[in-house]
Design a protein around this ligand. Structure first.
Ligand SMILES: Nc1nc2c(c(=O)[nH]1)N[C@H]1C(S)=C(S)[C@@H](COP(=O)(O)OP(=O)(O)OC[C@H]3O[C@@H](n4cnc5c(=O)[nH]c(N)nc54)[C@H](O)[C@@H]3O)O[C@H]1N2
Ligand SMILES: Nc1nc2c(c(=O)[nH]1)N[C@H]1C(S)=C(S)[C@@H](COP(=O)(O)OP(=O)(O)OC[C@H]3O[C@@H](n4cnc5c(=O)[nH]c(N)nc54)[C@H](O)[C@@H]3O)O[C@H]1N2
Ligand code: SF4
Ligand SMILES: [Mo]
Length: 688
């Protein structure tokens, strides 16, 4: 094993070689809004126990079903522990160990042999830790001049839609939802995807709040809410318009608020004149009476809040939908009350406060949803000849899976993947480099579901020869003669520097305090009301209202069923656990969820094998008959690896890869249409 220049926070190293149990504080790296704080017990250098910190305000002593078993993943027999080089055809999974020197020399030779822009950096949210996610890697590729990927598959569309209304879209502190009296969970499956917010919602409920969910699926969250508005998929713009129509018609709006705090009201109002409750009911499938009731409840039960994450953004009109949802509190004036307004990702607070490098050059960029076409486009100048993946599993998470795999199979493409496991992406690599896990490296944790910063301290030595992402790119930088302070700093120095912005939200917060406490709340004033206590970051300092155009998407006749691919039940976190049987949901294999009516029409019963297909591809999965999906829609949860299906593909072989014309934002995963039939009786004549 090589010497590692990774720094360990003072104190952490002591716990690594001791026979009495020691405890190290850390925080969860997963791409999950909750960023939980944990305590790792270590005996003899081995992590033996991981549990949630009881004094962390949102963790409250509990992690989640997936991370409760994280130690199995850290010490899994299939964990990558040494660099490897491919020894067979791409995709067949045969690799041989090599040394770090051999691996880095080979990569350096490849990188310097080609034009910098022919190298594509592809990364996403494997870890949300600021340093390991990309601080050092980004600087390495900035200096080198590689092509870059816009990390737009998650949250950017939601950000853009909310920003259309309020400039930089700061939402309320999600913990303030405890003070709300009416909470709309709009297209978010809180109980599953943001579980540590649920106790906050229950607190509000105990104080009398009404909690309603607006979701086409009857999710666990919908079932646990006081009411569920099961709207037609993508009809949210009409629903918001209909609600605003009722608010205005029934005198529930405050003229002074609209005059002082908004612009564009007249145009918005004109656009919803025709959206009577009856017309809105036709579009959304929610009765006129219930639309009127929802508008009245939301206007009169104050503070009134709307909670969103990303669900509805994954549609062709995602930005319009997210803008419409953000328009509701702008019109109703809900922002005035503490506990009212839009509760969205809190990431903007951390981005504003931390001293991220600002001197980044412009590189050639592609939307990550376009990876399939980018890898296969010889007309690009220059075409992509080297792909460098870290913190992501594009063979599973990107739409146009067939295109991505065709690209990964190119014999003239040199692919490097930095990973912990031999993922469906890594199998196609020329060289795979083994990455440390959150238990093995230092990092600064931000969150998108609350306002607490956390320090993740390494609890154990790196498993095998694994190295932190940061150290890999520092070493590569040195080999390639790249010089820059960011490539020289240690991980601890990076964290100190990030905290040293002078921003008032970091007042009194530094590395030493984080080291003592493990976590600390950003110094955003408690009870801060965005758009009230500070002006919206729009040109005129007002919330920007614009016409709503409520056209629902139409299903093409060839494929009558709309396909959802939502997050998998509590055992999965994106694709991180897809290949681990101990993490599989009850059935242990991927399913297609079908409404009883649609199952009956197709003579399909529970546990039958069904083919699900469209013009892009085909998947064979097990039928799960359930009224969680409405008639006309089916769902195949996201997160399974290719090996789980006959076709060796996952749901993104079917999903719609279309990105907006300006390439800003996510793919229209949700606007996907398929047909389903028994796999044994007929199946499609052609799968593509
Ligand atoms: N257990 C678990 N937790 C996770 C994750 C995980 O994989 N597993 N992933 C994490 C990540 S990366 C993210 S981004 C978050 C996502 O968190 P969420 O946004 O809460 O999750 P999604 O499942 O993407 O979508 C939420 C809901 O949006 C609904 N939806 C789809 N289309 C529409 C529409 O047109 N209108 C409306 N109103 N609703 C619609 C879906 O039916 C779904 O129930 O979860 C995070 N947390
Ligand atoms: N059909 C469909 N597609 C989707 C979605 C959906 O709901 N439906 N959701 C979309 C969304 S919201 C998201 S966020 C994306 C998720 O896309 P990704 O961020 O690519 O998904 P993950 O499964 O989290 O993959 C992360 C990989 O990083 C690795 N990793 C973890 N920690 C480290 C580390 O410290 N270093 C390195 N080098 N690697 C590490 C893990 O082993 C894992 O293989 O998927 C998107 N795709
Ligand atoms: S995945 Fe989310 S809920 Fe689970 S421990 Fe990590 S931050 Fe907490
Ligand atoms: Mo995400």
């Amino acid at each position: 094993m090589q010497l590692i220049s990774m720094d360990t926070a003072p104190g952490a190293a002591d716990s690594m070689n001791n026979t009495t149990p020691t405890t190290t504080l850390g925080s969860c790296h997963h791409d999950c809004p909750d960023t939980c704080m944990w305590e790792v017990s270590v005996v003899d250098g081995t992590a033996v126990r991981l549990r949630g910190s009881s004094d962390h305000p949102t963790t409250r002593g509990e992690l989640c079903p997936k991370v409760n078993r994280l130690l199995d993943r850290i010490y899994h027999p299939t964990r990558l522990t040494t660099p490897v080089r491919r020894s067979g055809p791409k995709g067949n999974g045969n690799f041989l160990p090599i040394s770090w020197d051999e691996a880095l020399d080979e990569i350096t030779a490849q990188l310097t042999r080609r034009s910098p822009a022919s190298v594509l950096q592809f990364s996403f949210d494997g870890t949300q830790g600021v340093v390991q996610k990309g601080l050092v890697a980004d600087r390495f590729f900035d200096l080198f001049g590689a092509s870059d990927i816009d990390r737009h598959l998650c949250g950017v569309t939601s950000w853009l839609g909310a920003a259309d209304v309020s400039g930089v879209p700061f939402g309320i502190d999600p913990e303030d939802l405890a003070l709300s009296n009416h909470i709309i969970l709009w297209g978010t499956n809180t109980l599953l995807t943001n579980r540590h917010l649920w106790p906050v919602i229950e607190t509000a409920r105990r104080r009398g709040a009404q909690v309603v969910t607006i979701d086409p699926l009857r999710t666990a969250t919908a079932r646990r809410s006081d009411d569920h508005f099961q709207l037609r998929p993508g009809s949210d713009v009409a629903l918001v318009g209909g609600l605003i129509h009722v608010l205005e018609r029934d005198g529930l709006l405050d003229g002074a608020w609209l005059t002082e705090h908004t612009s564009g009201w007249d145009d918005l109002r004109a656009s919803v004149v025709g959206l009577t409750p009856e017309r809105t009911a036709q579009i959304t499938g929610i009765t006129a009476e219930r639309i009127v009731g929802l508008a009245h409840d939301h206007a009169t039960r104050r503070p009134a809040a709307v909670r969103v994450l990303v669900g509805p953004e994954h549609r062709a009109r995602g930005r319009d939908i997210m803008r419409a949802i953000a328009t509701l509190p702008a019109v109703s004036g809900a922002w005035r009350d503490r506990g009212g307004g839009l509760a969205r990702s809190t990431q903007a607070y951390f981005e504003e406060a931390l001293a991220y490098p600002t001197d980044r050059p412009t590189r050639r960029r592609f939307n990550m949803a376009d990876l399939g076409s980018v890898l296969n486009d010889p007309r690009l100048d220059p075409p992509i000849e080297t792909l460098f993946v870290h913190n992501s599993n594009p063979a599973v998470i990107c739409p146009d899976q067939e295109g991505v795999l065709t690209g990964l199979r190119r014999t003239d493409l040199f692919t490097v993947v930095v990973e912990q496991f031999m993922t469906d992406t890594a199998r196609y690599a020329d060289i795979v480099l083994p990455a440390t896990s959150q238990l093995e490296h230092l990092d600064l944790g931000i969150a998108w579901g609350h306002l607490y910063l956390s320090l993740n301290r390494p609890a154990i030595e790196p498993v095998g020869d694994c190295l932190p992402n940061s150290e890999i790119f520092r070493r590569l930088g040195r080999r390639m003669g790249l010089q820059d302070p960011i490539l020289e700093l240690s991980d601890e120095e990076h964290i100190r520097r990030l905290l040293d912005s002078g921003h008032p939200w970091l007042a009194g917060i530094d590395f030493d305090r984080l080291q003592r406490n493990g976590w600390v709340r950003l110094a955003v004033p408690v009870g801060h009301r965005p758009n009230i206590d500070t002006s919206p970051a729009t040109p005129d300092g007002r919330l920007h209202l614009a016409p709503l155009n409520p056209e629902p998407p139409a299903a093409p006749a060839a494929y009558p069923l709309m396909l959802f691919s939502p997050k998998q039940h509590s055992r999965f976190l994106n694709t991180n656990y897809g290949a681990f049987p101990e993490h599989h949901p009850l059935r242990g294999r991927p399913t297609v969820m079908l409404h009883p009516d649609d199952a009956r029409d197709r003579r399909l019963a529970n546990t039958d094998q069904a083919a699900v297909w469209n013009e892009r591809g085909k998947l064979t999965v097990e039928v799960e008959v359930t009224d969680e999906v409405p008639p006309g829609s089916v769902a195949i949860p996201f997160g399974w690896w290719h090996g789980a299906t006959l076709e060796e593909r996952s749901v993104n072989v079917l999903t719609n890869p279309t990105v907006p014309d300006d390439a800003q934002g996510s793919a229209a995963f949700g606007d996907t249409f398929v047909e389903v039939a028994s796999a044994t009786s007929l199946g499609p004549r052609s799968a593509g």
